[in-house]
Design a protein around this ligand. Structure first.
Ligand code: FAD
Ligand code: NAD
Length: 402
């Protein structure tokens, strides 16, 4: 058709919500909409630590895209993006290519290694459903191998987690719940299994509220998590980390790296300017000097001009950016003025495993324990509602109604 073509790359929080809003807000005669994603499912990235620990299953943490996107209005294209030829308005896929008039890049993050030797080769990563499932299977394999009588090293049960940001902390929280279950199942003494979280900064969750940090650390230590803080990981080997100024070797059968994230590598490979791992976009979410390309979610930084630093890049901001992105594409099509993104910060709540959690909501009101956990479940379900309505909340939701 001669209609303008809108291409959305990536069906994560940012890409799904942009596509959803475009399909609701644009008349069919205004534009064709195509959503490209590697898989035919959308996964809940914010639940991946549960998949990695084995406290949630891969299937409970993903949604078929065709179940929640209007396929009469949106063409779904399941293929991997390889490169964006921005000067030719084309996108190269593993099995073909597509052209566009308007492009939304929402390909999410990859784990950043910061050039630390051995991380890329040896560490497991919480990046997507498959890499997270691999961690769960790897941990269980250590138990299964031992109980089948195979010869294993003394450290085989140790689980090392590199980085105590929110991902590392939420992951060890799930392990605190999962490991006792595995010990029971395989008849292994819980004391044999050490879970060690290594952090370079002087505290876990650097930069977060002191009271909440202290609460999280106490709660996790009480459930058997060991912390090594102020200990920079210098190198990763097949069987552990080398940490701190004295290059101490810590051994483990399972080594997971949660040390930070950066834009999907497709973005840098396509020649966009990368600063601190991501593309800094204009406040209307477009790439400087490319009036028809938007980059949102974990691939970009949006500057908070009032505070002279970028807005946080998380699921909360990705969803809000999607609203602005859809509104601005509509404005371009209708030759109206574009809006600047403004972040409506609703707080941060992190789970600590089981029924424990902590965080802040609204104007820095602090929540702890079961109250925080209930709020976390509400936040998770609110997103399911946004993307798939009440049907999806009933099917996959965390709040128990009955
Ligand atoms: P993603 O959600 O990562 O989606 C990217 C999509 O692109 C995926 O569907 C992927 O399959 C697809 N894709 C990737 N490469 C290609 C390719 N080459 N071709 C085609 N498709 C591709 N934030 C919060 O606000 N609150 C939380 O509680 C929270 N918890 C988190 C817990 C964990 C364990 C992690 C890892 C992150 C958490 N975050 C949280 C951060 C949040 O998940 C991210 O900021 C958010 O997922 C970014 O959304 P996105 O749409 O940019 O990317
Ligand atoms: P992060 O960058 O927030 O944390 C990485 C941690 O690793 C930091 O504490 C850093 O000091 C540490 N680190 C880096 N290099 C190290 C080294 N060499 N040795 C030891 N420690 C090292 O990354 P993340 O935790 O993956 O989070 C990514 C994004 O997702 C963030 O924006 C985060 O807020 C968001 N997120 C939010 C939630 C939530 O709201 N509940 C949960 C998970 C992730």
């Amino acid at each position: 058709s001669n209609k303008p073509k809108i291409l959305v790359l990536g069906a994560g929080y940012a890409g799904m919500m942009t596509t959803k809003r475009l399909s609701q807000q644009l008349r069919p005669d205004e534009a064709d909409i195509t959503l490209v994603n590697k898989h035919n499912y959308h996964y809940l990235t914010t639940w991946l630590h549960e998949v990695a620990a084995g406290t949630a299953t891969p299937n409970s943490s993903r949604v078929m895209i065709s179940d929640v996107i209007n396929t009469k209005r949106v063409q779904l294209h399941f293929d991997a993006v390889v490169e964006i030829k921005k000067d030719e308005q084309r996108v190269i896929l593993e099995n073909g290519e597509l052209s566009y008039d308007y492009l939304v890049i929402a390909l999410g993050f990859e784990t950043a290694t910061f050039g630390i030797p051995g991380i890329k080769e040896h560490a497991l990563k919480i990046e997507n459903i498959d890499s997270s499932r691999h961690i769960r299977d790897h941990i269980e394999f250590q138990f299964a191998r031992y109980s089948s009588g195979a010869e294993t090293s003394e450290d085989a049960f140790n689980i090392l987690v590199g980085g105590a940001g929110f991902t590392g902390i939420e992951f060890v929280g799930e392990l605190a719940k999962r490991v006792p279950e595995l010990c029971k199942e395989y008849n292994i003494d819980r004391k044999k299994v050490r879970i060690i979280n290594v952090e370079a900064a002087p505290t876990i969750l650097p930069g977060f509220d002191d009271d909440l940090v202290e609460y999280a650390q106490n709660s996790l230590e009480e459930r058997g998590i060991e912390f090594r803080i102020g200990a920079k990981i210098q190198e990763c080997t097949e069987d552990g980390f080398i940490i701190g100024d004295d290059h101490e070797k810590v051994n483990a059968g399972t080594v997971v790296w949660t040390g930070g994230v950066q834009a999907n590598p497709v973005v840098s490979q396509s020649g966009f300017d990368i600063i601190k791992g991501k593309v800094t976009v204009n406040n209307d979410l477009r790439v400087p000097n490319h009036d028809n390309i938007f980059i949102i979610g974990d691939c970009s930084w949006v500057m908070d001009k009032e505070n002279d630093r970028p807005f946080p890049a998380n699921a909360q901001s990705a969803i809000q950016e999607a609203e602005t992105c859809a509104t601005n594409i509509k404005a371009l099509l209708r030759k109206e003025a574009l809006q600047d993104f403004s972040f409506d910060y609703k707080g941060t709540v992190a789970s600590l495993g089981g029924s424990d959690a902590m965080g802040t909501i609204f104007d820095d009101k602090k929540l702890y324990g079961m109250k925080a956990k209930a709020m976390k479940n509400v936040i998770d379900d609110r997103y399911l509602y946004l993307v798939g309505g009440p049907k999806l909340v009933l099917k996959k939701g965390k709040v128990k109604f009955f």
